[in-house]
Design a binder for this molecule. Structure first.
Ligand SMILES: *[C@@H]1O[C@H](CO)[C@@H](O)[C@H](O)[C@H]1NC(C)=O
Ligand SMILES: *[C@@H]1O[C@H](CO)[C@@H](O)[C@H](O)[C@H]1NC(C)=O
Ligand SMILES: *[C@@H]1O[C@H](CO)[C@@H](O)[C@H](O)[C@H]1NC(C)=O
Ligand SMILES: *[C@@H]1O[C@H](CO)[C@@H](O)[C@H](O)[C@H]1NC(C)=O
Length: 475
């Protein structure tokens, strides 16, 4: 809008902008003759200066003419549907009854505040959230539509969505899907009996981290991933990084004091409740004292892991993060020890890459994004038993899985969510599931939605427009 106002000013009074400039130039020209009249002949300097002044005069006039005509050209007001809608939205979100000199915030945002309340399912509400909500509706439409002969990846996304929204089936299965998976990740000691004899004797930290990583996408303690090489965008390279996600939102929470006391307490209770529920489902003895003791140790461990991570400020400089070295050097220089067993980086890497049939020699170049984290982590790990470590790692897996289980399991995280986000209710099931599928199969969904021509008016690059062609969902 301000641009529009300025434009009008220029077009209404074009003479005004020309006049003063022209006068200035004239008076400048007038000062020249009296001076020169005193002398019978002009020196070459005077002639030169006069030429320069004349040239400048011509340039200034040309610029003024150019400027004036250009402003007139841009006088056109955008009246397309998009522009009108945007303008109307801006005006709606303002409160013109308030004097901007009294309260600028109210003037600029008063309309938004009057018309919107933060939904119970969310901890914030903004124009980006509105866009996200709209995207979820588009996703719902795409995921619920059946299409003949579509790509198998899309069928998988739809199957995931269907099973996620099938509430009766979810209720019927209770905690079974999770309980069936626990043995695959070497069990959750807190929720089983005889872990030491059944799993502990053959347990290896490398195996446990690798399994959670390659099979379930849970990255704990040692974050292994393959990404683009920061210094060579044509190649991919193995990265080792610190644990990027913690159970609570950031490392600050682990002080557990002041505003963080309640989230910490709710987090602890969340873990206790899930452990009790699983033990009950398995018909095992539930000894609350014992569960609480183990949970306390897990929280202590996570506090120390959080403390060992680099702060976001430490990670500002990408050049310092880029520690390119051979895999063998990791073994020699970054020792992690648990129960007197040394972490074997090569074995760990081969374990993960073996699942996709890739062999990795010790001479393979890798990037260590967090050398200081690994140095600080070693003394931390030394303080805990393998049971504690396994309890922690599988907890992080369990807490992510709970959301897909029956109501009884989902309810264990209610108080935790409230303490963390201030939300009191959950989003509609279809919405949660659209988000879930999008998070887990984001590339697939992105392509699908784009193919449908529905994503924020994005243009197809091949010039075809299959906005209304259901065949556009084909691979
Ligand atoms: C839920 O799953 C069950 C078992 O697979 C199936 O029989 C039922 O039709 C599904 N319900 C819906 C609404 O998809
Ligand atoms: C529960 O566990 C605690 C600590 O491990 C133990 O001292 C107590 O005897 C147990 N209680 C029962 C009823 O088994
Ligand atoms: C956090 O880590 C530093 C060393 O990195 C250590 O000196 C400090 O004691 C740790 N704090 C806690 C609470 O563990
Ligand atoms: C690894 O350790 C060796 C000797 O112990 C040292 O020379 C080398 O600089 C270290 N490399 C890194 C990347 O820390």
């Amino acid at each position: 809008m301000p641009i529009y106002i300025i434009d009008r000013k220029f077009s209404e009074t074009p003479g005004e902008s020309l006049q003063p400039a022209a006068e200035g130039v004239l008076s400048m020209a007038e000062t020249v003759p009296p001076k020169s009249a005193k002398k019978p002949r002009w020196t070459s300097l005077e002639i030169g200066l006069l030429t320069v002044v004349s040239l400048l005069f011509i340039v200034i006039v040309a610029l003024i003419v150019l400027f004036a005509t250009q402003r007139t050209d841009s006088d056109a007001v955008c009246t397309t549907a998009d522009c009108t809608q945007s303008a109307s939205r801006l005006i709606e979100n303002m409160d013109a009854n308030v004097d901007p000199c009294d309260n600028f915030y109210q003037y600029a945002c008063g309309g938004w505040l009057k018309k919107n309340i933060i939904p119970e399912t969310s901890s914030r509400y903004s124009t980006f959230d509105i866009l996200r909500d709209e995207l979820e509706v588009v996703l719902k439409d795409v995921l619920e539509r059946t299409v003949e002969g579509e790509a198998s990846a899309l069928t998988k996304a739809k199957t995931l969505y269907r099973s996620c929204t099938n509430e009766s089936q979810i209720e019927k299965r209770g905690g079974a899907p999770l309980l069936d998976m626990l043995p695959n990740v070497f069990e959750w000691p807190i929720a089983t009996d005889n872990w030491e004899t059944d799993y502990g004797n053959t347990w290896k930290l490398e195996d446990a981290i690798a399994r959670l990583n390659e099979k379930y996408g849970t990255h704990v303690l040692v974050n292994f991933f393959i990404g683009t090489d920061d210094k060579d965008s044509n190649s991919h390279i193995i990265h080792f990084d610190q644990q990027t996600s913690l159970g609570l939102l950031s490392r600050d929470y682990y002080t557990c004091t002041g505003p963080y006391a309640e989230p910490c307490r709710a987090y602890e209770q969340f873990m206790i409740d899930v452990a009790k529920l699983i033990r009950t489902d398995r018909s095992l003895v539930v000894n609350e004292t014992q569960i609480r003791e183990e949970v306390t140790r897990v929280i202590e461990l996570e506090k120390e892991i959080a403390n060992a991570t680099d702060t976001p400020e430490d990670r500002n400089n990408p050049v310092l993060l880029y520690n390119n070295m051979e895999l063998g050097v990791l073994n020699a220089n970054f020792s992690l020890e648990v129960d007197t067993k040394v972490f074997d980086w090569s074995y760990f890497t081969r374990k993960i890459m073996g699942t996709v049939g890739v062999t990795v020699p010790d001479t393979e170049r890798v990037i260590n994004y967090a050398p200081n984290y690994y140095r600080r982590l070693n003394p931390v790990l030394a303080k805990y038993t393998k049971r504690d470590l396994q309890n922690y790692m599988v907890w992080r897996f369990v807490m992510n899985m709970v959301v897909g289980l029956s109501r009884q399991y989902r309810d264990t995280r209610k108080a935790f969510r409230k303490a963390l986000y201030g939300t009191t209710s959950e989003a509609a099931v279809w919405r949660q599931c659209a988000i879930y599928v999008n998070n887990n199969m984001d590339n697939r969904c992105g392509k699908t939605v784009r193919r449908g021509g529905l994503l924020w008016g994005e243009q197809r690059t091949d010039g075809r427009d299959d906005l209304c062609d259901p065949g556009g969902v084909h691979q």
